[in-house]
Design a protein around this ligand. Structure first.
Ligand SMILES: Cc1cc2nc3c(=O)[nH]c(=O)nc-3n(C[C@H](O)[C@H](O)[C@H](O)COP(=O)(O)OP(=O)(O)OC[C@H]3O[C@@H](n4cnc5c(N)ncnc54)[C@H](O)[C@@H]3O)c2cc1C
Length: 379
């Protein structure tokens, strides 16, 4: 079977992969995106915070993604039923938009830039020679050779494994998450409310659109079996103990289908090797309480696009630029992951949670140390 050549191969058509493909396509790069699924991913995050919105605005996409999304400018936090903290988002707030819709918008924009997508494409082999990815082979026999290879293929990244980059996954053992989509009620339409309890539960309710709401319930894993196997009344009894201003949503929880989500943090030892780099959930995962994974991933894609375009065909320069400009993102992500860990460890205790909570981080993200200016000429 014929071998295809391109400037950049991106594995994974999630937000990170699609956004990077768009930025590179706009700058004339020949890009192929390989996605194992039949389309862009169908489930994922709902909140795009101001740093991510600013990235999209820099690339003329703010109107496109904002047009049908919901804007919110406040999240109210409660502990054992009492309001303890308001987190305000000035200057336009943040966006609620289901992940699939957001990714699809970026994916549709890619078509105008000539980006090629290979769906239902599973990888059989990634040939790495002297720390460079030389060729990708798909299960159907197709081969792809690329100057640069990006692993935007999620937490179990095949690219990361082929490069031999170590990862450490740290599950949040004390919290199991359940999520359901339910009809919108008045209190949820009014305000995003996030409730914690000293017994280790949390509940987050927010609108998805004019008709639907999302409800996250986090609970100690040992409670999950009893609550979700023995029926909804047990769930409502628990929620009534600490969910004080959203009781109009309770009836909608009765017939809901509750999907189970395990949440983990993940850190990796390097973000690039030779002509390959990791992006998004292939590179890091933080606690969803931070609500920042997408924002950071969008900014990372911006940096990668600049580096790839600046390096051209020069692999040594690419390696040096990735070291100088992309690897420092690991430190910024480390701070975000540490922050998520601190929230997860403290939310049972009101005083400890308030001490750990950093509203500026929810609004602006971690402010990175200045990035060193890389040498643009080969040495
Ligand atoms: C419960 C939860 C809630 C979250 N909430 C928020 C939030 O509100 N706001 C926020 O900013 N962030 C949130 N995040 C984080 C956010 O989801 C991620 O930062 C973001 O989805 C990363 O995008 P991605 O493109 O790296 O990964 P993904 O969307 O996971 O995309 C990876 C893609 O790679 C494909 N793939 C995997 N393996 C292969 C392979 N071998 N070959 C080909 N394709 C492959 C997959 O099918 C998938 O399409 C949340 C995360 C979780 C777990």
């Amino acid at each position: 079977m014929a071998t295809t050549s391109c400037d950049v191969a991106i594995v994974g058509a999630g937000l990170g992969g699609c956004f990077l493909a768009l930025l590179l396509g706009r700058r004339g790069q020949n890009v192929v995106v390989i996605e194992q699924g039949p389309s862009v991913p169908s489930a994922g995050a709902d909140f795009l915070k101001p740093p991510g919105l600013r990235v999209l605005a820099r690339h003329g996409l703010a109107d496109l993604v904002g047009r049908h999304g919901l804007r919110r400018d406040l999240i109210r936090y409660y502990h054992d039923g009492d309001p303890i903290q308001d987190c305000r988002f000035p200057d336009g707030g943040f966006l609620i938009r289901p992940y699939r819709e957001l990714v699809e918008l970026i994916y549709t924009s890619c078509a105008m830039e000539g980006v090629e997508f290979w769906f239902d494409a599973s990888i059989a082999d990634i040939a790495v020679v002297e720390r460079q990815v030389e060729e990708l082979t798909l299960s159907d026999g197709r081969r792809l050779r690329a100057g640069v290879v990006i692993g935007a293929d999620g937490t179990k990244s095949a690219v990361r494994q082929a490069l031999g980059i170590e990862q450490r996954t740290m599950p949040y053992e004390r919290l199991l998450m359940r999520v359901a989509t339910v009809p919108l009620s008045a209190s949820v339409a009014q305000l995003n409310r996030l409730y914690f309890s000293s017994e280790g539960w949390l509940t987050y309710l927010y609108p998805l659109n004019r008709d639907q709401a999302r409800v996250f319930v986090g609970l100690p894993p040992e409670d999950d079996k009893e609550i979700f196997q023995d029926g909804i009344p047990a769930l409502l009894d628990e929620l009534k103990k600490f969910v004080t201003e959203s009781s109009d949503a309770f009836n909608a929880l009765q017939p809901a289908t509750w999907q189970r989500i395990k949440v983990s943090a993940m850190r990796v030892d390097a973000y690039h090797q030779g002509n390959a780099a990791l992006l998004g959930s292939a590179a890091f995962a933080c606690h969803p309480m931070t609500g920042m994974g997408m924002s950071y991933t969008l900014h990372d894609a911006e940096i990668l696009a600049d580096v790839i375009c600046a390096a051209g065909d020069d692999r040594d320069l690419l390696d040096r630029l990735l070291s100088a400009r992309y690897e420092p993102r690991r430190e910024v992500h480390r701070q975000l992951i540490d922050y998520g860990d601190a929230l997860a460890a403290s939310f049972r205790n009101r005083t400890a949670y308030l001490a750990a909570f950093r509203p500026e981080l929810h609004v602006h993200g971690v402010t990175a140390a200045p990035e060193p200016m890389p040498a643009l000429q080969p040495t």
